[in-house]
Ligand binder design. Structure first.
Ligand SMILES: Nc1ncnc2c1ncn2[C@@H]1O[C@H](COP(=O)(O)OP(=O)(O)O)[C@@H](O)[C@H]1O
Ligand SMILES: CC(=O)N[C@@H](CCC(=O)OP(=O)(O)O)C(=O)O
Length: 314
């Protein structure tokens, strides 16, 4: 039989005779607060994007994996898509390869694409699979290339020249956006109790390897699986408005204006574009939340207050 710890915590005063200890009662209340959410979302898919900035240390990765395994255990189906931008940056710097960003996207030549695939599909993917295994879950790592999960098409950006007002096309190299998603392999895994862990790399119909922003990859997969939620874990508390305050909610109609005003920039651009696209395709809502907060994912799922910024149709 498993050993049981004493109910009394030396730091808290003893409970009245016969009554449960207050600390134990608080634990029971937390569990009952979670009950309606477990009932509402049992059997639904949650796509969780674990950003490179959220993978701050081993403790955080372990807690993230525990949260994901707990969701699976109560009947919700998490699908993990991960990033690794800072880790790719470190490897490129070590190898002396320069890299630049346009609107939060890494301009990717053939060598950068090879290094991105090595870092994302190798080291980071297997590390997350390992942490999920350590938490008692069964995970399988894959990229868009496996079983034709995602095909990519080349992505280009345009910029308006401020002097001449002429639009010019910026070539980002081997940066792709998801073109098709064939989620059958994920359906098989989910049915078999496996948690898929997906790296944002895919092949194009031209046979080239494309580097895809991890938020875009997560959004495309959430759309294809008709997920209940897309959760983007990052290194900020959520989206900050023009006054610098955290926005608890944001309508999809406001995103374009915030971008034009320069309130959202850098990595927040692909994140919010992804949320808007995925909601237009039928996703209920998306959440941008702080991945550095211990068990932030569980707090968002299972408490009335939630955390981060909720993005809804408007
Ligand atoms: N309005 C905004 N609110 C919050 N963060 C913003 C905003 N505009 C730009 N950002 C930037 O977006 C970053 C998150 O994107 P990114 O660095 O790509 O994260 P990740 O690696 O998790 O995908 C934040 O660290 C912040 O610097
Ligand atoms: C095209 C593009 O920018 N790809 C990203 C892929 C990784 C990523 O998106 O990681 P984060 O979520 O940690 O930022 C990159 O090369 O950094």
């Amino acid at each position: 039989m498993e050993s049981r710890m004493s109910q009394t915590d030396p730091a808290t005063p003893p409970a009245a005779a016969g009554a449960p200890h207050p600390a134990m009662l608080a634990k029971a209340e937390t569990l009952t607060e979670a009950l309606p959410y477990i009932q509402k979302y049992a059997g639904r898919v949650f796509v969780v994007k674990f950003g490179g900035h959220a993978m701050v240390d081993a403790a955080r990765s372990r807690e993230f994996a525990q949260d994901v395994v707990l969701l699976k255990t109560v009947g919700i189906h998490p699908v993990v898509v991960h990033g690794g931008g800072p880790q790719i940056g470190e490897m490129l710097a070590r190898l002396g390869v320069e890299s630049e960003f346009v609107d939060g996207l890494r301009v990717t030549d053939a060598e950068t694409a090879r290094i991105a695939e090595m870092v994302l599909g190798g080291a980071i993917n297997k590390e997350i699979v390992r942490w999920i295994g350590a938490a008692g879950g069964r995970a399988v790592g894959l990229s868009g290339k496996d079983a034709g999960l995602v095909t990519a098409r080349k992505l280009t950006r345009t910029r308006r020249d401020p002097d001449s007002a002429i639009e010019r096309t910026i070539d980002l190299g081997f940066v792709g956006e998801p073109e098709t998603v064939d989620a059958r392999v994920l359906d098989v895994m989910i049915r078999d109790g496996i948690i898929p862990v997906i790296a944002p790399i895919a092949a194009g119909t031209d046979g080239q390897t494309y580097n895809i922003n991890a938020d875009s990859m997560a959004g495309a997969i959430a759309g294809a699986l008709s997920a209940a939620r897309l959760m983007l874990l990052t290194d900020v508390a959520g989206v900050r408005g023009a006054d610098g305050e955290l926005m608890a909610e944001l309508g999809t109609g406001d995103v374009k204006r915030l971008r034009e005003q320069g309130v959202i920039s850098g990595g927040m651009i692909p994140k919010l574009e992804t949320c808007v696209d995925a909601i237009a395709k039928g996703l209920d809502a998306a959440v941008i939340l702080d991945g550095r907060v211990p068990h932030g994912l569980l707090l968002e799922f299972f408490t009335r207050t939630g955390a981060g910024t909720l993005i809804k149709s408007s």
